[in-house]
Design a protein. Structure first.
Length: 402
């Protein structure tokens, strides 16, 4: 588990040092992110020494042009790598920026970029806490699902008495632990994900394949792991590395994918078929490299429909298919949902630029018999989360019915 601890500028900033230790005692890695104001109160070195990680102190941390680029995109990498974002202490300024989506520094950008649960522990002067602007910002954040650890009452550093003092560190850490466990909504599930393309041999050097990179399937695998699932990943030759904690079976052909999927099906509670499986393969595979000579005809035969075989054998599993369409997108997807008897289908229009095959983004519609969820263009990570939200709903329904 890894959390980002945002430290913003207040006299209570020094207390965050103990929070780092308390989280580490619970086996959690901590990435500290300090606002510019926080650095006026505590030196980054303190947190670096405690956390054992480089402290992030700004959006653009180096003069080297390459480092600048890396630093500018770091918030996306960290946003995806963390299981929760905690801000302690959170100033009135940070709350206002979070509430209004103002991404003016690393911490506020990280808040917008992460889909992990967010916990904030405010600390400020009593009048700032009571101000209508702060209270309305807190209300916005609460409605958005941000957990607020209310400040304690007492004598404040500004000399006034009342609410505004940072909550006890143990209370803050307890709120983080609760947020982490609430996000483990796939704990106890075994999610079988297929990803990437298949390759169907023509001769010893050539094959038929497609443009799938594995990114969509790997994002689902990674997100399911984060949400507490055991993940069995059956992958065709993908362009990227598989998530560390996934149990990976590598395959090349549709036939190998079928065998791997059917072997793992009895252990699975959820099957998500993101792979772009070849629909056809050469009827015969030439034993030697086919020589170049004028025109050539390749005779193809259909591959086995893995999804259909899964549905035929399934008992209690939730089965989600993907559909790559280029025309009549929704209509074709609905037909696949019905004809393949799926619990849900995720359809993407792969004729659109910048989404679908071999891109970091996707735009999908998740269709189940009872619900249609539109996910406009966003990262594949975000799409994966929305697909898993739907899986959680479908699993709840299956568990109630069985
Ligand atoms: O890998 P990326 O670069 O990230 O790209 C992601 C993606 C575009 C591949 C992904 O979002 C996607 O659309 N995956 C499904 C691709 C596909 O094969 O769609 P289809 O409409 O042809 O197939 C429908 C479903 O049947 C799919 O779940 C597929 O896995 C399954 N199928 C297809 C053929 C076959 N022989 N057996 C199957 O099980």
């Amino acid at each position: 588990m890894k959390i980002a601890l945002g430290v913003s500028g207040g006299i209570a900033a020094y207390k965050a040092a103990e929070i780092v230790r308390l989280l580490q005692d619970r086996g959690i890695r901590v990435q500290v992110v300090m606002t510019a104001a926080a650095q006026e109160f505590v030196r980054p070195l303190t947190f670096a020494a405690l956390s054992g990680e480089k402290v992030i102190t700004g959006m653009f941390e180096s003069d080297e042009s390459q480092a600048n680029v890396e630093s500018a995109i770091e918030h996306i990498a960290i946003a995806q790598a963390i299981d929760a974002l905690l801000v302690a202490p959170a100033t009135a300024d940070v709350l206002a920026r979070f509430a209004h989506g103002i991404a003016s520094d690393f911490l506020s950008t990280l808040y917008l970029a992460t889909t992990a649960p967010v916990v904030v522990a405010p600390a400020m002067n009593v009048n700032m806490w009571n101000h209508a602007a702060t209270q309305s910002n807190l209300e916005i954040l609460r409605k958005r699902g941000v957990r607020i650890v209310d400040p304690g009452k007492g004598y404040l550093a500004c000399g006034m008495t009342g609410p505004g003092r940072l909550a006890e560190n143990e209370t803050i850490v307890a709120a983080v632990m609760e947020a982490l466990s609430a996000w483990q909504d796939l704990a106890g599930e075994t999610v079988l994900v297929t990803a990437g393309p298949t390759r169907e041999k023509i001769d010893p050097v050539r094959y038929l394949t497609n443009r799938s990179s594995g990114r969509m399937g790997y994002a689902i695998a990674e997100a399911a792991l984060r949400r507490g699932a055991r993940v069995l990943l059956v992958s065709g030759p993908a362009a990227i590395a598989a998530p560390d904690a996934a149990e990976v079976t590598r395959v090349e052909t549709a036939e190998e994918m079928l065998a791997a999927v059917l072997k793992l099906l009895p252990q699975s509670t959820v099957v998500i078929k993101t792979a772009a499986v070849a629909d056809f393969r050469p009827k015969t595979v030439a034993a030697q490299k086919i020589k170049r000579k004028g025109e050539m005809t390749l005779e193809l035969e259909p591959t086995v429909d893995i999804l259909a075989e899964v549905v035929r054998r399934k008992t209690f599993q939730v089965v989600v298919g993907f559909a790559a369409e280029t025309e009549n997108v929704l209509e074709n997807a609905r037909k696949k949902l019905a004809s393949k008897s799926l619990d849900a289908i995720v359809v993407n229009d792969v004729s659109r630029d910048g989404v679908g095959f071999n891109s970091d983004h996707n735009a999908v519609t998740i269709i189940s018999p009872s619900e249609v969820v539109e996910v406009p263009e966003t990262s594949k990570w975000e799409v994966a989360q929305r697909v898993l939200d739907q899986v959680v709903r479908l699993r709840k329904r299956t568990t109630i019915l069985t």
